[in-house]
Design a protein around this ligand. Sequence first.
Ligand SMILES: Nc1ncnc2c1ncn2[C@@H]1O[C@H](COP(=O)(O)OP(=O)(O)O)[C@@H](O)[C@H]1O
Ligand SMILES: N[C@@H](CC(=O)OP(=O)(O)O)C(=O)O
Length: 391
Amino acid sequence: MRVVAKFGGTSLGNGDRINRAADSIAAAVQQGHEVAVVASAMGNTTDELLDGIEYEAADEDRAEIVSMGERTSVRMLKGALAARGIESVFLEPGSEDWPIITDEYGEVDVEETRKRAHALAGQLKDVVPVMTGFLAEDHHGNVTTLGRGGSDTSAVMMGNYMDADEVVIVTDVEGVMTGDPRVVEGARNVGEISVDELRSLSFRGAEVVAPSALSYKDAALGVRVVHYQHGDLLTGGTSIEGEFQNLIDLQENPVACVTVAGRAIRNSPGILAELSGAIAEEDINIEANSSGMDSLTFYVDADDADDAEALLHSRVVDDETLSSVTVEDGIAVIRVTGGDPSQSDLARRVVDPVSEAHIHLYDVITSATSVSVFVPWEDREQALELIQEVF
Ligand SMILES: Nc1ncnc2c1ncn2[C@@H]1O[C@H](COP(=O)(O)OP(=O)(O)O)[C@@H](O)[C@H]1O
Ligand SMILES: N[C@@H](CC(=O)OP(=O)(O)O)C(=O)O
């Protein structure tokens, strides 16, 4: 097997953990596997280095300073591997065989990086490369970074471009857990989780795997998260399943929107739950909802629109905080999930072409990993084509 093993700051936090990391690498090499290592800075080193910069530092200086964490780790690991009789070489920006190349802003040069990663993969039979995670080199030889938490991205990117079988992310938890074990009690390993599920969690705080790393996960590449105490790189932990994909989906059937207005809506915290509950009790499925300052909108199947309107109207009549209800049908829903791994402004990239074509947008419902636009049914094909052109 060809494996990329990424050791996070927590798994290199002290001498004992560095020894454990080296033991697990040595064991995998001795079993005949090809191993490349990606190392983060030890413990909180990156934060401490950044805390030390209390002046207006130029970007190049900042990147050079922050790089010292990872530069130290790779030397530590190389030394520990040598002590175990394992031949390794450390790679950092500036090294002859350094693979990850970006522009000056840290956007990856995919073609160049792929070519260099491929060349590095050819050396794995003879030597274990121990690479600095998080760091990259621009076309002028300056250090750049892939952003905080970027070692996960380095590892999955290298796994992909080196045609590895598996990327193993070694950290201080058993795997992806049912909740953050530092916060909730009784969290347990989920065993398996899909790329899309984990991206939704990691974009919103679950730092166990950086979201941008998952953009490099394809179906052929295994990604696993294991605890540093586990000791074996090739078993256990949580498997991340599936692949990162861009999905642009035009919903087959039109929907209707039912909107309730009322000036007191903004001061009625339970109102959304109350009205959604009333609609659900009638077995009407709410596809999505959105809220304005003085209004709430529910998207339902076109066939259910009259029932939903009648139901909400009875509430409006009874409840003086609500003023009126209206329905519009013939609405198409286009959902976009994923986005371009190197770009974060998914919502703008979906919405701009639609609004520039003067297509009416009833709603845009966004999250960090997906965007749904609600447009007139008759404009659906044009809107779909415009969005597809962007991706
Ligand atoms: N759902 C979750 N499952 C596992 N760990 C989680 C989850 N949500 C948050 N975490 C946190 O992620 C931490 C691991 O990420 P991080 O500190 O970045 O590790 P590393 O230094 O190895 O990259 C865990 O210590 C845990 O507190
Ligand atoms: N050391 C860098 C990169 C990184 O990915 O760290 P970790 O693997 O410990 O999350 C940071 O702190 O941002």
